[in-house]
Design a binder for this molecule. Structure first.
Ligand SMILES: NC(=O)c1ccc[n+]([C@@H]2O[C@H](COP(=O)([O-])OP(=O)(O)OC[C@H]3O[C@@H](n4cnc5c(N)ncnc54)[C@H](OP(=O)(O)O)[C@@H]3O)[C@@H](O)[C@H]2O)c1
Length: 312
């Protein structure tokens, strides 16, 4: 690890806070500390208590740090933060920006081109895994960009925030493409499990035995998706949804756009996306992507809300 380079983090949402905590723990054990920022800086309280250093906004973070990780909600937010850096008086030469958010491949290309023109490096580094996986430091990173930067960054990732890096080569758009394409599975699995669980409830089997079968036969990932529905965390009574429905819709729409451009039909993804859009229209924000379960419940004569979820 290059100890002379100061490491920064922007974005402390459902994923980012756990990732930043794990990264800070690693830096601290090496005698250093993470410098961080977030739109809502108070979300970093636990980081600052652990010795990480808060900065007020992206420009201050960029001024201070050499390797800067971002984990934010949308392409527009990412572009806004990068533009803020580019329009500042900071000399970006030699800095590396690592984006862990899920973006459309065109966004990765756009941001990379702008940063390279300013003398900085960009590594598109989206991740696979839920926030529980982020907490456990077991995410799968798909990285693309400067190979020397990826090599330098790996000790901050493997065994720290992630279990493995899939190296997608020099072109940042390729790791975004892998992430967006891979996410189709998540959304379609959510739809399949929601349909199964609504049927199990209506036909009298019940969701518990079906969840047992899902765990036993399809493993902990799909079992975990079922649990997001049966525990009510698709519409949590308190706290933040694990994977906000708006972010899940954003990712699904990226995949649908890519598919449309290539004349690929994705009927299952289309249905699942519409069910998430209906869930959001009915239940508002702070729903998980798994809230398509609520839509399917309503369409089958059940309440959108379950006994375990919030009730309005
Ligand atoms: N959750 C998952 O299971 C999961 C898994 C893999 C990948 N992803 C992807 O990873 C990214 C982050 O996911 P997440 O679940 O951590 O999202 P999140 O909980 O919605 O957090 C979003 C982050 O973006 C910040 N943000 C939102 N709007 C902003 C704005 N206008 N200006 C500046 N900052 C803004 C938020 O700041 P505040 O704290 O101030 O709101 C927060 O730090 C997304 O691209 C998502 O698609 C999510």
């Amino acid at each position: 690890m290059d100890q002379t380079r100061k490491v920064g983090w922007y974005g402390l949402g459902s994923m980012g806070l756990f990732m930043a905590l794990n990264l800070h723990k690693k830096l601290k054990s090496d005698g250093s500390a993470l410098t961080y920022s977030n739109r809502t800086l108070s979300k970093g309280e636990v980081l600052s208590q652990a010795g990480a250093l808060p900065k007020n906004g992206m420009t201050e973070l960029g001024r201070e740090c050499d390797d800067i990780f971002l984990m934010v909600s949308t392409d527009a937010v990412l572009k806004g933060l990068i533009n803020e850096l580019l329009q500042s008086d900071i000399d970006l030469k030699g800095k590396t920006i690592i984006d862990c958010s899920t973006t459309h491949p065109d966004t990765a290309t756009e941001v990379s081109t702008l940063l390279q023109a300013a003398g900085a490096e960009f590594v598109a580094s989206p991740v696979f895994g839920a926030n529980t996986v982020a907490e456990a430091g077991r995410l799968l990173f798909a990285m693309a960009g400067s190979q020397s930067a990826i090599q330098r960054l790996e000790p901050l990732i493997v065994g720290v925030m992630g279990r493995k890096v899939v190296n997608m080569g020099e072109n940042p758009k390729d790791s975004s493409l892998l992430k967006v394409t891979g996410n189709v599975l998540l959304v379609v699995f959510l739809e399949a499990i929601a349909e199964t669980q609504v049927l199990a409830e209506k036909n009298g089997l019940g969701t518990s035995v079906m969840e047992e079968v899902i765990f036993e036969n399809f493993g902990p990932v799909l079992g975990g998706y079922s649990r997001r529905m049966t525990t009510g965390s698709y519409a949590p009574k308190e706290g933040q949804a694990g994977f906000a429905v708006s972010n899940t819709i954003k990712d699904a729409k990226h995949a649908l756009r890519i598919a449309q451009d290539l004349d690929v039909r994705m009927p299952a993804l289309d249905i699942a996306t519409n069910n998430m859009l209906s869930a959001k229209a009915y239940g508002g924000e702070n729903l998980d992507g798994a809230a398509l379960y609520g839509t399917l419940r309503s369409q089958s004569g059940l309440s959108f809300w379950s006994n375990e979820s919030r009730q309005s």
